[in-house]
Design a binder for this molecule. Sequence first.
Ligand code: GLN
Length: 584
Amino acid sequence: MKYIVVSGGVVSGLGKGITISSLGRLLKSCGLSVTSIKIDPYLNVDAGTMSPFEHGEVFTLHDGGEADLDLGNYERFLGVRLSKDHNITTGKVYREVISRERRGDYLGKTVQVVPHITNEIQDWIERVAQIPVQEAEGAQGQVADVCLIEVGGTVGDIESMVFLEALRQFQFKVGEENFMLMFVSLVPVLGSVGEQKTKPTQHGVKELMSLGLFPKVIFCRSSQPLETATCKKISSFCHVPPSCVLSVHDVDNIYHVPLLLMEQNLHGIILDHLKLQAPVLPPDIGAWRNFAENIDKFTKVTKICLIGKYSTFQDSYLSVIKALKHASVAVERDLDLQWVEASDLIKPDKDDKTQPELENGETWETRELKHKEAWEMLKGCDGVIVPGGFGVRGVEGKIAAATYCRENKKPYLGVCLGFQVMVMEYARSFCDMPLANSTEMDENCEHPVVIFMPEIDKDTLGGTMRLGARDTLIEDFEGGGKSISYHLYGKKDRVSERHRHRYEVNPSKVSAIQSKGLHFVGKDETGERMEIAELSRDRHPYYVACQYHPEFQSRPLKPSPPFHGLLLAASGQLDEFIAKSENA
Ligand code: GLN
């Protein structure tokens, strides 16, 4: 196994994850198989209990692992499927060592950070690197040629020290030609002459070196391409040849980064150091290049409204945005994503005690203005997505959006909470259940159409939802005719998608709702759990929602079917797509 370890310095949010996944993409284009491990030095066992507002979305893996969103970037760029063990946190490592200590496995020894924690980290890495990576649905997994390891945080953080120490030892354990360290740094531009500054990089590298770690490649994040003088300076101060100081400057879209790295011969540098033979040279990156370049070229625009709760913090919906992007490229449209805060869709009313109090200098007038703007956006867009979410805030706004889309034939995709919202809306409007709600929002509501799943633990939050991949069986519409989902999923009647929820459609309300025309065309294997709902196409161009999160399996060159459907409908191409599918 060849290991490439990447750490970062100066500041977080440098785009380290994108740089590493691009590096992986490049190696894949050389015909190598690649896996990856993300190290998060925080104490949480996993990201499942962390607020998306603070930490970005919780990326859900096939095996139900709740991981840092960087694992999503790896899956998308590398086209692989990772497991919960590919995300190592301080919490996980300590939990493992402490439970071993309790079992008496250390035979009376004093259990210490060095060597017990550092050994545990090294063993973990070696074990996980050997897990075969499955490249595609149903494909035989194989052990990768190269394992990428991203060390989260920045060099110098107290909490990442133990991981860096473990990796320092690890380089001797696996041997020099099997280990390559890289460093991602920031090269800021200061002053009126716009000089590129190298000091932060020098300090970062020095810090690493003092820990016994010597980077072989330095990635310099900068707004403009790295100047030759800057490159030379970094080279001479940081003990790497100029050819190994790479410019990772801002590009039109992130999909250009693998190309940028290829132009600077990163693959050559790696193959050389790791003494690796690549089956495909020069790298076969044509399809990826087309994808990256196409994105910049479309002239027609599709406007999609995302109705969220954390709409000021876009990382909370990272995979949803990526899935919309992938789908818009597939339908050859530029994506104009509009953010609507769900609670802004609710009519402000100072006498309504259920409405949130004014905050941050708000007045009832400014709230009224935001309300007006939100509705203008909703009315002016080509399609709407209501993504997953938790808690009561904004839910009535999402329901209002679902009503509007249904009545005005605006394409609508609901995901997880967006699915539950669609069902509540329908029950209120058509099924004599004006008080239809989810027991998540109102425990004692009169018409509970969405209820707590019986097998879920109410007392522990971490890792206790219905998590990970489950099969959905796709059926015809009641009364005949293939569902939209059937066509979108390439005429499959069984699909496997990832879940992350605690509530579900109340099985006892299903027949009442379906008899009024909202068709549950996807169910789990028992037939008890509702997974996909659709209106028939004679009633609405695209009114589709799913309990699962299809965004997690969307890939740049293989968009997620429900998202593809939304963009096809929003750009007026769905009829043609279905006709083609029917005749195929
Ligand atoms: N809050 C809802 C549930 O737990 C939806 C979850 C989600 O959208 N991920 O069922």
